[in-house]
Design a protein around this ligand. Sequence first.
Ligand code: F0G
Length: 361
Amino acid sequence: MNKDTEKYIWPGVISHYRSWIKIDAAAEPVTLLEGNTPLIRAANLARALGGEIELYLKYEGLNPSGSFKDRGMTAAITQAVADGAKAVICASTGNTAASAAAYAARAGLQCFVLVPEGKIAAGKMAGALAYGAQVINIQGSFDDGLAMVRRAAQESPIILVNSINPARMEGQKTAAFEICDVLGDAPDWLCLPVGNAGNITAYWMGFSEYYLAGLSRKTPQLLGVQAEGAAPIVRGSMVERPETVATAIRIGNPARWQDAVAALRDSKGHICAVSDAQIMEAYHLVAQSEGIFCEPSSAASLAGLKIQLQRGDLALQGKRIVCVLTGHGLKDPDSATATIAAPVVIAPRMQELWQVIGYKN
Ligand code: F0G
């Protein structure tokens, strides 16, 4: 390999940000070269949302297993291997399961994932199974699963890789670093969906650390978004039976609730809830105005931004705003096919084709 090419090769988030990542310093990274995801300017979408804003999308669906979870998982699995683990476990609404399964496969660890039966998107189940995890469907919610895996990790040598694991935060905060590195500063606002509240916690860590080190001139205000049927932080109380089309954030008792509240307070941010209809509208809008396909939960951040632009009580107009698109649309193909008109069917005859498309000379 020639020396010039070498410097363009991305080594994954641990190696790229090694001095910032508080895990075992000697550990050899277990990596799939996650991170370095595109920050895409979205002028069409900004107009469609009704904002005079400089809008960017951090397209985290382009990580190796299709979601932002890979950033934290590379760190958690690297640390688990350094600690001599043989097996890891997590509860998940789907993406953490697929990510844990992928990195565990890479590391040669056994992986157990607990998911709410019938409530995870097809692509996530497919991933977790394909990477060889032992998938356990529970007849309950994500929150039930989390309580069980906490116990399992306390009462066995199995390592918990949910975002309660501090190594997860160390990896996930690199998304904030990347945004600052690309923009040359933190944005004015960072807008993201909130489920178990690990991601909002990690972003705030990352932005704060860069600011304290003098690598950005400010920290962003955080706009967190929950689904109306699963909005414990917005309501200020646990949701016993969370329900939303955005299954990734179908969580009633987030593990990092208090950290999220602190991040929202310290960033002078805000958290709001959006309806399933608003989520699905935003989901179609970003795909059709920008050619970027994300899963419904990711679109919650856009739906939240839209309603806040309409309400006008946050200082958003004229600002530089980054929305995090946390997972790829292909994770959840059913959400697309169930909500968009089915393809037309024709016989293999030109006449029928012309009838559909018009345009003939
Ligand atoms: N977006 C997607 C696509 C997610 O999968 C999740 C969480 C979130 C947003 C919310 O992030 O939990 O850090 O606040 N998914 C977890 C999982 C719960 O099991 O995959 P959070």
